[in-house]
Write a protein that binds this ligand. Structure first.
Ligand SMILES: NC(=O)C1=CN([C@@H]2O[C@H](COP(=O)(O)OP(=O)(O)OC[C@H]3O[C@@H](n4cnc5c(N)ncnc54)[C@H](OP(=O)(O)O)[C@@H]3O)[C@@H](O)[C@H]2O)C=CC1
Ligand SMILES: O=C1CO[C@H](CO)[C@@H](O)[C@@H]1O
Length: 314
């Protein structure tokens, strides 16, 4: 079965389930995974310049187009402009580099990866003598204007945000000639993001949940995957915990982009359209929220930046 689609405020449709591509770095692995995913039915790929594998994702997509399995218009490709490219000329150059990495002449969605800017240039983590990342005070509205030009030039179908809080999103809306279609944010039952999702929806902005499976890491020693309540719902439906976490997002109208390099998990994560969570399941999952303590992606490099997004309530 194909993934249902969600409609953006510009009329473009995006498959509600996509594949994340962060940390697929071993040479050849991203190409293999994307090809396998296309064969399974995935038609939405979440990428970023920062992930350093756009070339392999593009190679896989072009190969499947060449084999006649898909047409370019069948796949939805997202990428993001990283923090060192926020100055208008650099944002435009970064977009051109992303397109040449993919070997494609347009992408479907281009996001401002984070609201804060690092020192302008091609170094993605520019360090000062003190060993800290050097910031830039380029305003994210300037970056937005570069993305709008990318739409006008036909290089991007739609543009959006990532990791923007409510006030930052409002500032974009106030200054935008082309409205954002999407805000991509960390989201899983331990950080349910209900307030930001409600706000975005009220502005006609869809939300994408990144880190929907939420692996354990140093900032998140616990994961919803092992939560007894999630496991109970999983056994009730004869599904795995990962499938419950994905289904919960798409059933609340949130796009989900789980990443995996494992063939069986690629299959499992896509096999979420043949069951429905009931109201009690949905509210149990929402009740697991831990507020700020549930956030795993903190970005310690940027906590002192004026545009750091996570000091606000949402
Ligand atoms: N905009 C932003 O700032 C950010 C965007 N993202 C995007 O979101 C995507 C998803 O987030 P990500 O951080 O990768 O985390 P995910 O929540 O997708 O989790 C990925 C991890 O979970 C494992 N996994 C996948 N499926 C299952 C399953 N069914 N059961 C158990 N374990 C599973 C994977 O293992 P394995 O691969 O070994 O199978 C991997 O270790 C990223 O890949 C990226 O595209 C992510 C972070 C920040
Ligand atoms: O997209 C991303 C993947 O995760 C990273 C953190 O581990 C983030 O910095 C980045 O925004």
């Amino acid at each position: 079965m194909a993934s249902p689609k969600i409609k953006f405020n510009n009329g473009l449709e995006c498959p509600i389930l996509g594949l994340g591509t962060y940390l697929i770095k071993t040479r050849g692995e991203a190409e293999r995974v994307v090809k396998e995913a296309i064969d399974i039915g995935y038609r939405h790929f979440d990428c970023a310049y920062f992930y350093e594998n756009e070339d392999e994702v593009g190679r896989a997509i072009r190969a499947k187009i060449g084999e006649g399995v898909i047409k370019r218009e069948d796949v939805f490709i997202t990428s993001k402009v990283w923090n060192n490219f926020h100055r208008k000329d650099l944002a435009k150059a970064a977009l051109d580099k992303t397109l040449s990495n993919f070997g494609l002449d347009y992408i479907d969605l281009y996001l401002v990866h984070w609201p804060f800017a690092y020192k302008d240039g091609w170094d993605m983590r520019p360090l000062g003598d003190d060993g800290k990342v050097v910031y830039s005070d380029v305003d994210f509205v300037e970056t937005w204007k570069a993305l709008e030009d990318g739409v006008r030039a036909g290089k991007i179908k739609s543009i959006g945000l990532s990791n923007f809080n409510k006030e930052q999103t409002l500032k974009i809306l106030k200054n935008a000639e082309i409205k954002p279609v999407n805000n991509q944010i960390e989201c899983h039952p331990y950080l349910n993001q209900s307030k930001l999702i409600e706000f975005c929806k009220s502005q006609g902005i869809t939300v994408t949940a990144y880190r929907p499976i939420s692996p354990i890491d140093e900032f998140a020693p616990e994961t919803p995957l092992n939560d007894p309540a999630v496991k109970k719902i999983a056994s009730k439906h004869g599904k795995g915990a990962g499938q419950i976490l994905i289904r919960w997002q798409i059933q609340r109208g949130v796009i989900a982009i789980p990443k995996t390099v494992t063939k069986q998990r690629l299959l499992d994560n896509f096999n979420v359209f043949d069951f429905t969570l009931d109201d009690e399941d949905m509210s149990t999952l929402s009740s697991l929220d831990k507020g700020r303590a549930g956030r795993a992606i903190i970005m310690p490099d940027a906590v002192e930046h004026k545009d750091y997004p996570f000091n606000a309530e949402f």
